[in-house]
Structures are given as C-alpha cells and as structure tokens.
Design a protein around this ligand. Structure first.
Ligand code: MN
Ligand code: MN
Length: 325
C-alpha cells in the first residue's frame, strides 16, 4: 500500500522543535511500539545488550547514545539524492527485549521479536549492542528469505568457534553460528577491513574453507575501495543481502568508543563511500553495532554510528519495494 507523504511518519521538524530538544528517538522519528505499527516500511530498533562482549563491555549503552546523536541527522542525502522519508514510512520501534544475565535466552527472545517485525513486512534497521545481536536478526530474516548474503564492514571476521573453553555465543562467533545454522550463505558473505592480531595463523582457515570472501585492510589499501566494492557487489549479486556495520571497522581515531579497537582502519568518508556503493542491491536489513559510549568521550563514535545508520536508511528506503516483494 502506498501512503501519501502526509500520511507518513516524519522526523520532528527542526524549524519547530530545535534539534537538541524533545525526547531522543532515532532520527527524531516518532516512537511507534511494534504492536501499533501499521503500514510501516522500515523499523529502527535498538538492542541495548552486550552480554556477548569478551573484553571491554559498554555497547549495551549504544542505542541511547546513537539516538541522541541521530538528532543531528537531516532529511535529505545530497550525495545520493535520496529523501528516505518520502520513499518509505519509517519509525523508531523502541528497544528489543533483552536480559543482560541471559545469553541464549536473549538470543531466542530477539529471534522472536525480529520474526514479528519481519512477519509484519517491516525492514529492520538496528543499533547494537555487541555484534552477537546480528545472529538473531539473521535467523528471523532467513525464516522469510532463506539463507542470506551479507556484507560485513569489520576489523574482525567474527567467525571464531568458541571463547573461554566452550562458550559458543560471543561477539566473536556470530557468523560461525549463522553459517552452521544455515541462515547465512558463506559463498555470499563478504568481509571488508579485516586487520589486527589473531590468536593463531589458522584463525581464518575455517571461513576461507567455507567460501567466505575476506578483504583485509591491506588489500583494500593496495587496490582501492572502488575495486574492492566492485568485487563485493559482483559476489553478492541480486540475491537478498544484509548489511552489518561494526563501528570498529573505522580507525579508533574516529571511533574510539568500541569494545575491540584496532588501529589502521577506515576513515568515515571511506566507509560512507563503500556503503553508498551498495546502492541498488537487494537489501533486506542492516545494522550498526559495537558503539560503546563509556569509551566514547565527546560522542564522536556515536555520531559516526548515527551517520552510518542514516546512510543505510537511505539505501533501505530506496530498495524497499524490492525487499518487500
Ligand atoms: Mn564484529
Ligand atoms: Mn569488530
């Protein structure tokens, strides 16, 4: 059903309410609880949960801080010539249910919550939380779409098997689990920006054996982001694709507020250009994860996170007719 612009939810006008005033929601959109969501195309969801963090905790506070900084976003993207709120009806769906003391139970609850979102035909755009939150989102989307392709901007592959002698669910393991569970197609998994030390020389072997496409920061630096993104777009093709943006793909000079920072990362402009080159792909959802306000003096990491969410929102809004088909 096509809504007239006057029937859509819109961000609070900064001509009427100053951008620093009012309750903080994503992009200053209305908060609409899932039960009340009708004719919604894109739902923005916070996941205030970091119980999968292995080192510096704090991403549980990400959604609030990203909402706060997202007040700086405006309605029109000049580089893409996209007005997302004219293309799609968008709202802040609030925070997903979480229990900081329960890992498997929370993952099940998140799977259920996202299944309800997907069943209503809503495309989810999420703010983490640590990277483990992407696993239940993929589970829910795969129920509708089948095994998904994914592009992952990240310093880390997050394909490790376990931590601390047998813990299978951590923010370093979500995509190993997603491949094992059959919700992610390893041949259509593209990881960009990998860097930093590993635990052993064999760490990347499992992913490579599954057919995962990994681009280290060194390869991106040598070949340039245009060549790498051309490869990524070719690998992902026209199939259903999810975008996951771990804020630690950025250099810690720009995004210090994160759990496992690695130097030698992307500039924000490089990241913006890479995401923009996904325009026209068949996108079914996206997230920005690992923003950790306790390590984020001045809020610059949250600003980067909010801005990347706006970039992703523009792409999701434009391909919305495709993803709902
Ligand atoms: Mn990650
Ligand atoms: Mn990472």
């Amino acid at each position: 059903m096509t809504l007239k612009n006057s029937e859509k939810y819109l961000p609070l006008s900064s001509d009427i309410v100053p951008r620093y005033a009012g309750l903080a929601t994503f992009m200053r959109l209305p908060h609409v609880p899932l039960e009340a969501a009708e004719n919604l195309d894109i739902g923005i969801v916070g996941i205030p949960w970091d119980s999968g963090t292995t080192n510096r905790a704090g991403a549980r506070h990400g959604p609030r801080q990203v909402r706060e900084m997202s007040a700086l976003m405006r309605r029109y993207h000049p580089a893409l010539d996209i007005s997302p709120y004219e293309l799609a009806n968008c709202a802040d769906l609030g925070d997903a249910p979480v229990n900081p003391l329960e890992i498997v139970g929370t993952l099940d609850g998140l799977t259920e919550h996202y299944s309800a979102i997907v069943q209503r035909g809503i495309t989810p755009l999420s703010a983490g939380g640590d990277h483990l939150v992407t696993l239940p989102i993929l589970r829910a989307l795969a129920k509708k779409h089948g095994p998904l392709g994914m592009i992952q901007f990240d310093a880390h592959s997050d394909l490790w098997d376990e931590y601390f002698g047998g813990s299978k669910y951590a923010h370093g393991t979500p995509f190993r689990r997603a491949i094992e569970e059959g919700v992610l197609d390893p041949n259509r998994l593209v990881q960009i920006g990998l860097r930093g030390g590993l635990y052993s020389p064999e760490d990347n072997a499992w992913g490579v054996a599954q057919g995962v496409h990994q681009f280290s920061i060194e390869e991106v630096d040598e070949r340039g982001i245009s060549a790498i993104m051309a490869d990524a777009v070719r690998i992902l093709g026209n199939g259903k694709t999810y975008v996951t943006f771990d804020i630690d793909c950025l250099d810690p000079a720009f995004a210090p507020g994160t759990g496992t920072p690695e130097i030698g990362g992307f500039t924000p402009l490089q990241a913006q250009k890479m995401v923009r080159s996904l325009r026209g792909m068949n996108l079914v959802g996206a997230d920005v994860v690992e923003v950790s306000p306790p390590f984020d003096p001045g809020g610059r990491t949250a600003l980067a996170g909010a801005t990347m969410m706006f970039e992703l929102l523009c792409l999701l809004a434009e391909c919305r007719p495709k993803s709902s088909a």
